[in-house]
Design a binder for this molecule. Structure first.
Ligand SMILES: C[S@@+](CC[C@H](N)C(=O)[O-])C[C@H]1O[C@@H](n2cnc3c(N)ncnc32)[C@H](O)[C@@H]1O
Length: 178
């Protein structure tokens, strides 16, 4: 599949779409009670703007994306010092140090092989106290069907919520490995 970042800058409207900014704000608010985190991983970080907002919740933040173009833009941005930005495929990522929060925002449905995704979460997340945050627009991810698939693959929601941003309904779940 062609990388949308090659076609234009900011293909997902992170810099320009107020609904996106509102969604990111709601995710940060949802996590505030559990912050600060020591090490946070933002999966599918794109050009790093969302990662820079998440970085206020953690002592150290990493963003990972398969797109070399997106990571190049993150590393050339004015928020480049807020996080480490790395090129990589999350499902194959083997970090040297594990994370206490793994964030998968706006894209969990892209991981269609849910057991493989959960294996990757297990490799990246601290065993004791590690958490996965998944947030998605309900209409693009089969509603709460995705949550059931995550639970069938060995994850359990510890706190869930819903919010509206830009006219769309979003689900948000903080999960742990069972
Ligand atoms: C919808 S976009 C941005 C999602 C972003 N997290 C947000 O909050 O809006 C999805 C991003 O995930 C990246 N991506 C897709 N599959 C990936 C994978 N397996 N590992 C890491 N990044 C991936 C794409 O290159 C793209 O930049």
């Amino acid at each position: 599949m062609k990388d949308p970042h090659e076609t234009k800058q900011d293909p997902f409207g992170h810099r320009t779409n107020p609904a996106h900014a509102e969604r990111t704000k709601r995710i940060v608010e949802f996590l505030e009670d559990d912050a600060p985190f020591r090490r946070l991983l933002d999966v599918g970080c794109s050009e790093g703007l969302v990662t820079a907002h998440l970085a206020q919740l953690a002592a150290h933040t990493t963003g990972i994306d398969t797109s070399e173009v997106a990571i190049g833009r993150a590393n050339g941005s004015k928020w480049k010092d807020e996080a480490d930005f790395v090129v990589g495929d999350f499902v194959e990522y083997e970090p040297v140090r594990k994370f206490d929060l793994v964030v998968v925002a706006g894209m969990p449905h892209l991981f269609d092989d849910v057991p493989k995704f959960v294996d990757a979460v297990g490799r990246c997340m601290k065993k004791r106290g590690g958490r996965l945050l998944v947030s998605h627009v309900k209409s693009t991810s089969g509603g709460d069907g995705y949550l059931s698939r995550l639970e069938a693959a060995g994850m359990k929601a510890v706190r869930s919520g819903e919010f509206r941003a830009g006219g769309s309904e979003h689900s948000i779940h903080l999960m742990r490995l069972v």
